[in-house]
Design a binder for this molecule. Structure first.
Ligand SMILES: Cc1cc2nc3c(=O)[nH]c(=O)nc-3n(C[C@H](O)[C@H](O)[C@H](O)COP(=O)(O)OP(=O)(O)OC[C@H]3O[C@@H](n4cnc5c(N)ncnc54)[C@H](O)[C@@H]3O)c2cc1C
Length: 437
């Protein structure tokens, strides 16, 4: 059996990993020259730094197992450390601090209505971690009841501004009035986790994966943009059409997995399955811009390593790159105001200056020297799913069903976290192969 996986982001890497674990030959197609997609890294002053997903929860069991099998073992503590300005005061939530004090602060941020409404959902996830993903039974029932409202209609202040928005704007690039309770379980599960990062960064992991792929079952084919999928009427094989260096070619496979963001997959199906393509386009993605800036001296203190900014700012978060990198700031621009201020054509230098202007009053930025920076703007950066998302997923699967041997995974299946991408890939491989060994 030969399987093609389209898309070399973490969803495609996970799919390829689970296939090779079953001794199946895989061709992994990636349009860029490097795999990684949204976990990809850039170099800053000779060091590889991660611009997308990099924080690894203690509950990321599938991802951690994968990393270990690739031979990477070194994690460093990242923690959960955030602060925000409320009524002229800096309020910190820091899991390293006194537990009672943090709990009291958190209850204060949630307010009575927030506690009353969110606590049962938190309890459901704590009781059964499988509920803390997209399309879980528990949250699908809530979607049926509440997804006619956005989160802004379901919850009230202060919970909305001080607890929910920092989460949605960071994880989905969306405001609470653009997100839905039925999908919020995948966010809550992330808030309940605590974080580490790989010492060698995602770049080290990607290197290790490429070395691991040298076992013979996996071919990583970079610089190949897949432009079509179709069925060969003669052999029944699924033909993957691709473009490389201006040349169009194709190859036949027994099975094909798409690990593309929903919008990208819709392009492949426009001619072949237009109804599936239209449904895929309903999954929403919002842009995100990330700048990582190296300063001459520490910007943060150990006890306050990040700050989230409210809906009036384009900067959603400014945080230390790592617990030992207090001189390295990761500025994240997402949310509604960001969309109107920062675009593909905005000069990186201007975005960095904007971040410094907003975060400057709270950290050691203005009296510091900026040594260098790197920047990435991602148009389809953060997935915000859709209202009644479980129904949309069901409808997409129905429309894809006639195309036997084809499976679709990605960040819109089980949630956008790296672990959720692994879980979705695992399920996709299992469904596609059934009992095949
Ligand atoms: C700024 C940011 C911070 C984040 N932080 C975290 C975090 O700390 N922890 C966490 O768990 N998650 C985090 N996430 C989420 C997580 O990183 C993403 O959800 C995940 O990386 C998505 O991976 P993917 O493989 O599904 O998609 P992608 O990474 O987008 O991969 C798709 C791949 O397909 C390729 N491609 C596209 N079209 C074609 C084509 N036609 N042919 C061939 N290849 C194609 C693309 O080049 C890309 O490499 C973050 C995301 C962002 C953007």
């Amino acid at each position: 059996m030969r399987v093609a996986v389209i898309g070399g982001g973490i969803s495609g890497i996970a799919s390829a990993f689970f296939l090779t674990q079953r001794n199946i030959e895989v061709d992994l197609y990636e349009s860029e020259e490097r795999i990684g997609g949204r976990i990809g890294s850039e170099q800053l002053l000779g060091r590889w730094l991660d611009f997308g997903g990099k924080n690894i929860g203690k509950n990321y069991l599938l991802f951690r197992d994968f990393v270990q099998k690739c031979g990477v073992h070194d994690y460093e503590y990242f923690g959960f450390n955030t602060s925000q300005m409320i009524d002229g005061r800096v309020v910190r939530i820091n899991k390293e601090g006194a537990k009672l004090l943090n709990t009291i602060r958190f209850i204060g941020l949630c307010g009575f209505d927030g506690i009353r409404k969110l606590y049962p959902h938190v309890r459901a996830i704590m009781k059964d971690r499988r509920m803390g993903v997209l399309n879980s039974d528990y949250f699908n029932r809530l979607a049926e009841q509440y997804d006619h409202l956005s989160l802004a209609g379901y919850l009230q202040e202060p919970c909305l501004s001080h607890v929910v928005r920092p989460v949605t704007v960071r994880m989905n690039g969306a405001e609470p009035d653009e997100c839905y309770l039925g999908n919020f379980g995948s966010n809550l599960a992330l808030v309940l986790d605590s974080y580490e990062q790989l010492k060698s960064g995602m770049h080290g992991m990607l290197d290790a994966f490429q070395a691991f792929s040298g076992t013979g079952l996996l071919r990583i084919i970079t610089g190949h943009r897949v432009t079509s999928v179709s069925r060969d009427p003669g052999t029944g094989a699924i033909m993957v059409g691709y473009q490389q260096g201006g040349v169009q070619e194709s190859a036949g496979y027994d099975r094909v997995i798409s690990a593309l963001p929903a919008g990208r997959l819709s392009i492949l199906f426009e001619g072949l399955l237009p109804e599936a393509a239209a449904l895929l386009r309903r999954v929403r993605y919002y842009p995100v811009a990330v700048a990582i800036v190296k300063y001459a001296r520490d910007v943060f203190q150990q006890s306050q390593r990040a700050m989230v900014f409210d809906h009036s700012f384009p900067l959603s978060n400014a945080g230390a790159y790592g617990i030992n990198d207090l001189d390295l700031v990761r500025y994240t621009f997402s949310g509604r105001v960001s969309r109107s201020v920062v675009s593909k054509s905005t000069k990186p230098e201007d975005v960095v200056a904007l971040g410094e202007q907003i975060a400057g009053p709270y950290f050691n930025i203005h009296d510091n020297t900026r040594e260098s920076f790197a920047y990435r703007y991602i148009e389809e950066g953060l997935c915000a799913y859709s209202p009644m998302h479980h129904r949309l997923l069901r409808d997409i699967d129905k429309k894809l069903e006639p195309f036997a041997g084809f499976g679709a995974t990605g960040d819109y299946r089980r949630g956008a976290s790296i672990e959720a991408c692994f879980r979705a890939a695992d399920e996709c491989v299992e469904k596609l192969l059934g009992g095949v060994d």
